[in-house]
Design a protein around this ligand. Structure first.
Ligand SMILES: Cc1cc2nc3c(=O)[nH]c(=O)nc-3n(C[C@H](O)[C@H](O)[C@H](O)COP(=O)(O)OP(=O)(O)OC[C@H]3O[C@@H](n4cnc5c(N)ncnc54)[C@H](O)[C@@H]3O)c2cc1C
Length: 237
């Protein structure tokens, strides 16, 4: 994934402003004013490429129409955390194992082999989702690591308990994510507010992986919604 982001960074050049969270979007007859922490941008139109719950935290002037405002309040993010355990080599392959596992009765519900194509080092990526992820987030660092490594050891043997590196991420604790891996639609939300998901609001267009009808919640879906928003902007001029 980082490769894609890096390539896009090269194309965007100076137009890309990192460490500059957007706080407010104003609209008038001529264009939009997007206010971020370190930069203010004036443009014809803007694409808000945020999950609905984060889009709802921006200040809009004028205010969003009621359907879009309430939609943003009704699509909560889920909770997910991941650990990557790094080993000298993918030892599980020698045992005839793929590294991929699913265990619905374990808080660490699945794992994948995320070793680079070169085959070294060995990397096992594993995930905790839903209520178990929130519980995991309340543990201290040593307890969290133990939880992941014990689960891997049970599936791949004692070598799994001793990685050379251990890295973890909890998306619920990231200010600019506030949960993951996607926004969920509680009953009735799509029926009541579905059309507001993609409806332009004046000069604002929307893009996110909560919108598409194909690959909802995935990168492919996010890209599809981005292409759709870009086409809408080009057509609107
Ligand atoms: C653990 C995990 C595993 C996943 N695995 C897969 C997988 O295997 N395959 C797959 O297809 N998908 C996977 N996904 C889902 C995929 O990451 C998402 O579908 C995709 O990233 C959504 O893209 P997006 O552009 O809609 O939103 P995001 O990727 O969330 O992008 C929104 C961006 O906006 C930034 N932001 C937030 N607030 C502001 C602000 N105020 N101003 C400026 N910027 C802001 C955020 O920092 C973020 O970079 C996974 C997600 C997680 C969390």
């Amino acid at each position: 994934m980082q490769t894609i982001a890096n390539k896009m960074t090269g194309e965007l050049g100076d137009a890309l402003h990192l460490e500059s969270p957007v706080r407010a979007i104003g609209q008038d007859a001529q264009g939009v004013t997007v206010r971020a922490d370190n930069v203010t941008v004036r443009a014809h139109r803007v694409i808000v490429a945020l999950p609905p719950t984060l889009a709802g935290q921006l200040r809009y002037d004028p205010m969003l129409p009621v359907d879009r405002l309430l939609l943003n309040q009704r699509v909560p993010n889920g909770a997910i955390a991941r650990a990557i355990a790094v080993y000298e080599e993918p030892f599980w392959r020698a045992d005839g194992l793929s590294g991929r596992s699913i265990a619905l009765n374990s808080p660490v519900s699945y794992s994948i082999d995320q070793s680079p194509a070169s085959g070294r080092p060995g990397m096992l990526s594993s995930y905790i989702a839903g209520p178990a992820a929130r519980k995991f987030g309340r543990l201290d660092a040593a307890e969290r690591q133990r939880m992941f490594l014990e689960a891997l050891e049970a599936r791949f043997g004692p070598k799994a308990a001793n990685p050379v590196h251990y890295i973890e991420a909890d998306w619920s604790k990231e200010e600019w994510n506030q949960g993951a891996m996607m926004g969920h639609y509680p009953p009735g939300v799509l029926t009541e507010f579905g059309p507001a998901l993609s409806a332009p609001v004046g000069r604002i267009r929307w893009a996110n992986s909560e919108m598409p009808t194909h690959w909802h919640g995935h990168i492919e879906g996010a890209i599809r919604s981005g292409e759709r928003a870009a086409e809408e902007v080009l057509q609107a001029g």
